[in-house]
Design a protein around this ligand. Structure first.
Ligand code: NAD
Length: 739
């Protein structure tokens, strides 16, 4: 038989080699045709007496990226359409549709012939679940082998047997962590967890699988035999009583119960482990169909999978621009940010010229790369050869002439107009005329910085987040005169360093910095309202933010916040309305020199890695009221509504122009409650009418900063959604990597 996505060749030894190699794609993913063909292949192998066993491998550099989640989006769309007419039939169709893959894998597992997965490179999501359904697994040891079940990261959980098989194979605690955190395992870790049986060089993987089959692989899984014992013992056992309540507590601590994905995952595991495999898989499928119907899953799939991929693959790249070859990048300023940008650029194989005021400062910036890559080598994530190669890519110097052959120059000197003006002039004098110049400023409008440039068309904002090597987002800022060519260069560069871009129009604070400041400000306003500091911080975390607003204020630096407040006061003159915020910042910064993390004194006291809330806060704010005077749910809402409202304003001002960028940018840039799908999805899910009502209520209670803007009020009349009113242009991008 011939297949579109697979070849099946049976040798004289009776072993069928199934090679998965999807035409026209760089990565194997599971879509409807792949499922259909896999089903037929299992029938073919099971029904062919000449076949004694089978090996599944990939013809590509990686095994599989997992399931194409747009397939699930399709299932959900059908479900919502049908539900209005016949809810029961709709639920049944969703259940049947979403468990198809699980049934195929179970058929493979019980077909009577042994299957061995020869896993080369990356193996994710549904690809990992396929491997787990096989009777033995070999991983490659030399081609960046990675294995993971990242479904929880997009609001789901592994629904094709993953939860049941992992917990029947691995140690309980490690297995649960692997599932709940959606972590990726390297070869040795996967072997230690017993998720692969052994490792072999990638070129010898198939041979090793053949040998394994020749030596005999049991086609019946341990859990399908009488007397099977769970690695961690039964759920209801002394060991289980120790383990499960603690696991539940950790789940609560980590998620504040905001995420239905891990919640249903825990239920599927605890209930499934008490049942025989077929029933356990059915339980898993029921929870999977349930999680699919939650707004959290729909929003997370949309923002963190579909939109993110579209943005990564150039959804905002201007039409008609040829791809840019980026061989060399110049970086001005080898400080905190410049050093990080140098590292990620060199890691992408691009030559870097790293410039600072003198050689010593430039060299210091380079040592940052050295320490990061040294750590990678120590952890076994990089080789000495890779380290040498990376460091050879970075030239640290104080000589601006070295910028002569750079395609792109990124400025990351002090946040000071005059310093920035000087380096722009100096750099442009050395750069080739068509090279692009970008500023990493966090707040200064690009159009005004471009006034120092003799070629403002080539001037753009490329705003990184710290720490640069960890943060996935890059905010691109278009000045008034920035050309499409400059934008295409910025986007090609960001693609090369494997980060996600959003493109915004110029304004003070752009998108992310502006919204982040409202979160910090709301925390300070709460302090002024008499909310106890610990309650404010907990409200932030319980709402799904990575840290509380006071803690974030300390990270960003309170003296910086004070500088911004003072500058705004100066700009607005008599129009400036003095508020409690001015008082708190003045007391903290001017009178007490509490600047935040940078001088180890802010709303927290810092001692090494430890921090605790500064007991002197009441000296600044007055004694707090009792916690019982406030509703925690309202505090949580205040913190999220303020950020979502600011986003709606920025959208109305056309600084943001694409709903996907608002959502993806908010999650990747400042960690806005990921379960919500982002700031605008948060409003859409609540409904614009309800959101506007809430804003009005908060305006009456907490002040005019909550006043809903005109766009929101207009949309609320018909309860329109952002995605409905501003549908993003469907990008012609191929979705390849999946979960
Ligand atoms: P930093 O003080 O750590 O580094 C600035 C570097 O610029 C220093 O090494 C300094 O010696 C160098 N420098 C100053 N004048 C120079 C000149 N004339 N020529 C060459 N080098 C010169 O500051 P940072 O935190 O890296 O910030 C740099 C820029 O990035 C700022 O515009 C800042 O707003 C922006 N930014 C910072 C962050 C952050 O979290 N720190 C985040 C995003 C953007």
């Amino acid at each position: 038989m011939t297949y579109k996505n697979f070849t099946v060749e049976t040798g004289s030894d009776g072993i069928a080699l199934i090679t998965w190699d999807m035409p026209g794609k760089s990565m194997n993913v599971i879509d409807l045709t792949v499922m259909e063909e896999l089903n037929q292949i299992v029938d073919q192998i099971a029904g062919d007496e000449a076949v004694k066993g089978a090996i599944i491998t990939s013809g590509k550099a990686a095994f599989s990226g997992g399931a194409d989640l747009t397939m699930l989006e399709g299932l959900l769309t059908d479900f919502h359409k049908q539900r209005a007419k016949d809810p029961e039939a709709a639920a049944k169709a969703l259940f049947e549709g979403s468990r198809k893959l699980s049934l195929i894998y179970r058929k493979l597992e019980t077909c009577g012939k042994p299957f061995v997965a020869a896993i080369n490179g990356t193996c994710m999501g549904g690809g990992t679940e396929l491997a787990l359904a096989c009777h033995a697994r070999l991983g490659s040891e030399d081609d960046g082998f990675k294995m993971g079940l990242p479904e929880v990261k997009v609001g789901l959980f592994p629904g094709a047997g993953g939860t049941q098989r992992v917990m029947r194979m691995a140690d309980g605690q490690q297995g649960m962590q692997f599932l709940l955190q959606g972590k990726t395992l390297r070869g040795a870790q996967a072997k230690q967890l017993k998720l692969v049986d052994d490792l072999a060089p990638s070129k010898k993987l198939v041979d090793a699988a053949r040998k394994l089959l020749a030596a005999g692989v049991d086609p019946v899984k341990p859990w399908d035999k009488k007397g099977f014992k769970l690695p961690n013992g039964p759920v209801y056992s002394p060991a289980g009583f120790q383990f499960w309540p603690a696991a539940n507590a950790i789940y609560r601590r980590e998620t504040y119960d905001n995420y239905p994905g891990p919640r249903y995952l825990m239920s599927a595991v605890v209930e499934g482990l008490q049942l025989p495999m077929d029933l356990a898989l059915q339980v898993e499928s029921r929870y999977f169909a349930k999680v699919l119907q939650t707004p959290e899953a729909a929003n997370m799939i949309r923002s963190l999978f579909v939109s993110m991929q579209e943005l990564n693959k150039g959804a905002r790249r201007p039409a008609g621009q040829r791809p840019n070859k980026i061989k060399k990048v110049g970086i001005l300023g080898a400080g905190f940010m410049g050093a990080g940008i140098a590292y990620v650029t060199a890691q992408a194989g691009i030559d870097v010229v790293l410039i600072d005021r003198d050689q010593e400062a430039a060299d210091k910036g380079k040592t940052h790369s050295e320490s990061l890559i040294t750590k990678s080598v120590q952890r076994g994530h990089a080789t000495q050869e890779q380290k040498d190669k990376l460091l050879a890519k970075i030239t640290a110097t104080a000589d601006y002439d070295a910028l002569g052959d750079c395609d792109l120059v990124i400025e990351a000197v002090f946040e000071d107009r005059e310093v920035k003006r000087q380096v722009t002039e100096k750099a442009e004098a050395a750069m080739k005329p068509r090279a692009i110049y970008a500023s990493n400023t966090s707040t200064l409008p690009i159009t005004s910085l471009a006034e120092a440039s003799s070629r403002p068309k080539n001037f753009i904002g490329i705003h990184f987040f710290s720490p640069v090597d960890k943060m996935m987002l890059v905010e691109v800022i278009m000045g008034k005169k920035t050309s499409d060519r400059a934008l295409s260069m910025a986007l090609d560069y960001i693609k090369a360093i494997k980060k996600t871009p959003i493109v915004v129009n110029d304004s003070r604070g752009f998108y992310t910095s502006r919204v982040v400041m409202t979160y910090i400000r709301e925390g300070l306003m709460m302090l002024a309202d008499g909310v106890p500091a610990a309650m404010i911080e907990n409200a932030g975390k319980m709402a799904g933010m990575p840290v509380g607003p006071l803690s974030l204020g300390d990270e960003v630096a309170l003296d910086l916040a004070w500088k911004i407040v003072s500058a705004t006061r100066k700009d607005l003159g008599v129009k400036y309305v003095e508020g409690p915020l001015d008082n708190i910042l003045e007391e903290m910064v001017v009178k007490r020199e509490r600047f935040g993390r940078k001088n180890a004194k802010g709303f927290y006291d810092y001692e090494g890695k430890n921090k605790k809330l500064w007991p002197g806060i009441p000296e600044v704010t007055g004694q707090p009221k009792p916690a019982s005077s406030f509703h925690i749910e309202e505090l949580k809402q205040r913190l999220l509504v303020m950020q979502a409202l600011e986003t709606a304003r920025i959208f109305e001002e056309k600084c943001l122009t694409d709903v996907r960028e608002a959502d993806v940018g908010s999650i990747l840039g400042f960690g806005f409650a990921p379960y919500s799908g982002g700031t605008l999805s948060y409003i859409d899910t609540m409904g614009t009418a309800a959101f506007v009502e809430l804003c009005k209520k908060f305006t009456r209670k907490w002040g005019p900063r909550f006043k809903p803007n005109k766009l929101l009020r207009d949309m609320a009349k018909g309860n329109e959604t952002f995605y409905g009113r501003f549908p993003p242009e469907k990008a012609e991008v191929q979705v390849e990597e999946a979960a």
